[in-house]
Design a binder for this molecule. Structure first.
Ligand code: PMP
Length: 372
């Protein structure tokens, strides 16, 4: 069976699995405890994981806060920032093609008196820089823009958007969940990014763990925000709760591997995308339409319409040999808001399937499409 739903989740790399095992078995200590070996060893493992994640992002380990994944990270940053800075303003800028963990958080905040601008997108799901600039008001306190879209793969111009936010003295958050390990960047080159969310299970780490990057200021202090969890004060008082050590170790290992294999993985994803595109065009030329752009995107994501074929029925038929999805796994029952935002009709949305690849897929495995 060929697994092509890697934007929904990925398999755990065997090296990640091996790294996690001791922390489920003998090294089960609470890293916040002291003196005895299990506590010290699990604390050391968390220190090491934090270092690896920080190195992947190009930041200081101090700027990493572990969470349960990107849903929590997005909720924590958006709610935490607007709560902490509510005396400065009540306006948030975001986009129509964010993940539901951003969109629904913004909708919730609208019910609490915040004002949200949902920027429209072009036919590939990217926002326009001029429209972004025009959206700023005196009352704007946060801009949150997805880096790479989970359905179309399109990348937003995070450099220009974050730098403009810095000039305007407005916090800039990006949901980087889908770009980690697939787009080579270093946050040293993005001084305007104040916050970033990521999740281990999207880059061959375990589910249920992720992190937030929170920028330090010139006095070496993390940008303050209201925590989502109140409790024991772990993670610098920003995220209470006993640290999920096996998951954090898995995230750290996945980050180390992602950094080490970055260029090789990107090349494999690009090659796989080119090869699958070619097969699909040859084999289904009569019915196929590509919704995704071909450049300035996350490699390995294809979003295609099989015109005349209902996507759910098609996926069901393919399921014994190919695993794919209609788009976001988090909202699969509703027609995609991303495809709606790029202007597709309901009919076109119902024809659409997403194939998302991983660097572990061998080119020849994609030949399975030739047998359909
Ligand atoms: N943001 C994006 C862009 C995503 O693709 C996902 C996962 N589908 C999330 C946030 C939520 O991540 P998690 O599963 O870690 O909560």
């Amino acid at each position: 069976m060929l697994y092509l739903d890697n934007s929904a989740t990925t398999k755990v790399d065997p090296e990640v699995y091996e790294a996690m095992l001791p922390y489920l078995l003998e090294e089960f200590g609470n890293p916040s405890s002291k003196y005895y070996p299990q506590a010290l060893n699990s604390n050391n493992a968390v220190v090491e994981a934090r270092k690896n994640v920080a190195e992947l992002l190009g930041v200081s380990p101090k700027e990493i806060v572990f969470t349960s994944g990107s849903t929590e990270s997005n909720n924590m940053i958006i709610k935490g920032v607007v709560d902490y800075y509510s005396s400065k303003g009540n306006h948030i800028i975001t986009t129509a093609t964010e993940h539901p963990s951003v969109l629904e958080t913004c909708r919730f905040l609208e019910t609490k008196g915040f004002e949200v601008t949902y920027l429209p997108v072009d036919k590939y799901g990217r926002i326009d820089f001029e429209e972004f600039k025009n959206a700023f008001k005196e009352t704007t306190i946060l801009a949150t823009v997805i880096w790479g879209n989970n359905e179309l793969g399109s990348l937003n111009n995070i450099k220009d958007l974050s730098e403009y936010s810095l000039v305007k003295d407005v916090f800039f958050h990006t949901d980087a969940t889908q770009v980690i390990g697939k787009v080579d960047f270093n946050l040293e080159d993005f001084p305007g990014i104040s916050f970033l969310s990521c999740s281990a299970h999207k880059f061959h780490g375990p589910k249920g763990v992720g992190c937030i990057f929170i920028k330090k200021d010139q006095y070496d202090m993390l940008t303050p925000l209201t925590p989502l969890h109140h409790g024991g004060g772990q993670e610098n008082n920003l995220r209470s709760g006993t640290l999920a050590v096996p998951g954090i170790v898995g995230l750290g290992k996945a980050a180390e591997l992602a950094k080490k294999r970055m260029s090789e993985n990107i090349k494999r994803l690009e090659d796989n995308e080119t090869y699958l595109t070619k097969i699909l065009k040859e084999k289904f030329s009569e019915v196929i339409v590509f919704n995704n752009d071909v450049t300035n995107k996350i490699p390995g994501i294809l979003n295609v319409q099989f015109r005349g074929l209902n996507n759910e029925l098609l996926l069901k038929q393919l399921a014994p040999i190919i695993a794919a999805s209609t788009g976001s796994a988090c909202s699969s029952s509703k027609p995609s808001h991303v495809l709606d935002a790029i202007g597709l009709s309901l009919e076109e949305i119902r024809y659409t399937v997403r194939f998302s690849m991983s660097p572990y897929i061998l080119k020849r495995e994609l030949n399975i499409f030739n047998t359909l």
